[in-house]
Design a protein around this ligand. Structure first.
Ligand SMILES: Cc1cc2nc3c(=O)[nH]c(=O)nc-3n(C[C@H](O)[C@H](O)[C@H](O)COP(=O)(O)OP(=O)(O)OC[C@H]3O[C@@H](n4cnc5c(N)ncnc54)[C@H](O)[C@@H]3O)c2cc1C
Length: 422
């Protein structure tokens, strides 16, 4: 989060009822704050929605999250049941040279990687300005960057390692001593106090992501005002802003024009998500098993990744012989994907699912969601905007920014940050 609450007051006004606004409103209400939450839309949840189809549920944005001990207690407190990835379906794949592979590097690339991992870098990075790609080239080598890291960050941020600022997107990777090897830095990081002991696990709410929204909405009760756009930020004792960058830019235009301009410069990746249902008999080599597959950009496919929903979590397809998948298109390298019409998208993914998974049929159903402004790019421009906001509009106690661009894009990160409100 950026800014701080004014401790003299026990009331707060929250603008935006996406997951970030609902989470913070719930945390403050629990602390005994009198709260009011406003959203311009007729429904709460923002990007998050679980649509019902005849074949199974379809998520429009987040479909799962990484859950650590804090997250686990949080969901228990809410009474939301989480499903872990099914034990027989934990495999994650990278598509390389025409095949889905659990380990995509060749023998020589693995040797190169090991040498980089244990060697002192010839030219250490400057942690404040290095991109994720600079870090990877310096400490782990090009093969890992191209074949593991790039598809992974495309799957999470829908952007390239070159665009992501290391200190903003992956602060835990910032080397403790940039002149030492990655091996040395990994060991040093393990000794740091406060390090999380248990690895977070990938989980999904049993009844879909929107069940979290419904639960939070119920707990907030009549203090949530939908269909209530805010055109001017009110001068109230505690103001918590939870809206996307362009909306915030409009709201602080007059009071903090420098931050407003910096926010407008922040780019976002456009994304198309398609929840596709298919018959399991239409997959030549059997239905897909595992969590999903990510595709490096040099493999000649437009699909960025596919999540195998019905394989990873229970209840994602109504019938056992139906397969549910979420296909992602777009990102900063293919922004035009959001302009494809439904027929073009269906043709494209049917063809490419053929190459990827041996799919040879017609999709039973597809639920398409286009997000022209999906995920903020965690770049230097975002870091510059954050700095201006913390010195500008949000410098006064009683003003807080809590969103998917103030610290973490993931819901796990937001839940972790709620401790700052307790
Ligand atoms: C395709 C996709 C897949 C994703 N997958 C995952 C995943 O698997 N796991 C994960 O952890 N995260 C994932 N994410 C990220 C996560 O879903 C988002 O970061 C999160 O939902 C953003 O929530 P938010 O509340 O910050 O913003 P939003 O959801 O954008 O909510 C902002 C709210 O503010 C309201 N608003 C805007 N302007 C005003 C105004 N002037 N007055 C009143 N209200 C206003 C809007 O109506 C909206 O409801 C994914 C995102 C996308 C797009």
């Amino acid at each position: 989060m950026i800014g701080s609450l004014d401790p003299r007051h026990r009331e707060a006004t929250v603008i935006g009822a996406g997951i970030s606004g609902l989470l913070v409103a719930y945390a403050l209400k629990k602390r005994g704050f009198k709260i009011r939450v406003f959203d311009s839309s007729s429904r709460a949840g923002g990007l998050i929605e679980t649509r019902t189809t005849a074949f199974g549920p379809a998520e429009t944005a987040a479909h799962s999250l990484m859950v650590n001990d804090r997250g686990s207690s949080f969901f228990e407190e809410l009474g939301i049941e989480l499903a872990p990835v099914q034990p027989e379906s934990k495999a994650r794949y990278i598509y390389r040279k025409g095949k889905m592979r659990r380990f995509p590097l060749t023998f020589l690339e693995t040797l190169h990687t090991l040498r980089s991992f244990f060697s002192k870098p010839a030219h250490p990075i400057n942690p404040a300005s290095a991109s994720l790609a600079d870090w990877a080239r310096t400490y782990i080598g090009e093969p890992v960057l191209r074949n593991l890291l790039a598809p992974f960050v495309t799957g999470v941020y829908a952007a390239t390692p070159e665009e992501l600022l290391l200190s903003t997107a992956f602060p835990s990777l910032v080397p403790i001593d940039p002149r030492r090897s990655l091996f040395w830095n990994v060991l040093a990081a393990r000794k740091k106090p406060g390090r999380e002991k248990n690895r977070p696990k990938m989980m999904a709410p049993k009844d879909g992501m929107e069940s979290v929204i419904h639960k939070l909405k119920d707990l907030i009760g009549p203090d949530l005002y939908l269909n209530h756009p805010i055109h001017e930020l009110p001068d109230v004792p505690n103001l918590v802003v939870c809206v996307p960058p362009t909306d915030l830019a409009g709201l602080i235009e007059e009071s903090d024009p420098d931050s407003a301009n910096a926010l407008r410069a922040v780019r976002a990746s456009p994304l198309v998500t398609i929840t596709a249902f298919a018959r399991s008999v239409d997959f030549q080599n059997g239905p897909p098993r595992g969590v999903g597959v990510l595709i490096p950009r040099n493999e000649g496919l437009r699909i960025l990744g596919v999540l195998f929903n019905s394989s990873s979590f229970p209840g994602r397809a109504h019938e056992p012989e139906t397969v549910s998948m979420t296909v992602m298109l777009g990102g900063t390298t293919d922004p035009d994907a959001v302009n494809l019409d439904d027929e073009q998208i269906t043709g494209l993914i049917t063809r490419e699912l053929g190459s990827l998974l041996g799919f040879q049929g017609t999709l039973l159903h597809r639920e398409i969601t286009r997000w022209p402004w999906a995920i903020p790019v965690y770049s230097q421009l975002l870091q510059d905007a954050r700095l201006l906001l913390s010195k500008g509009f949000f410098s006064r106690p009683g003003r807080v920014l809590f969103t998917n661009y103030s610290k973490d894009v993931s819901i796990r990160g937001m839940i972790d940050s709620l401790r700052l409100f307790s």
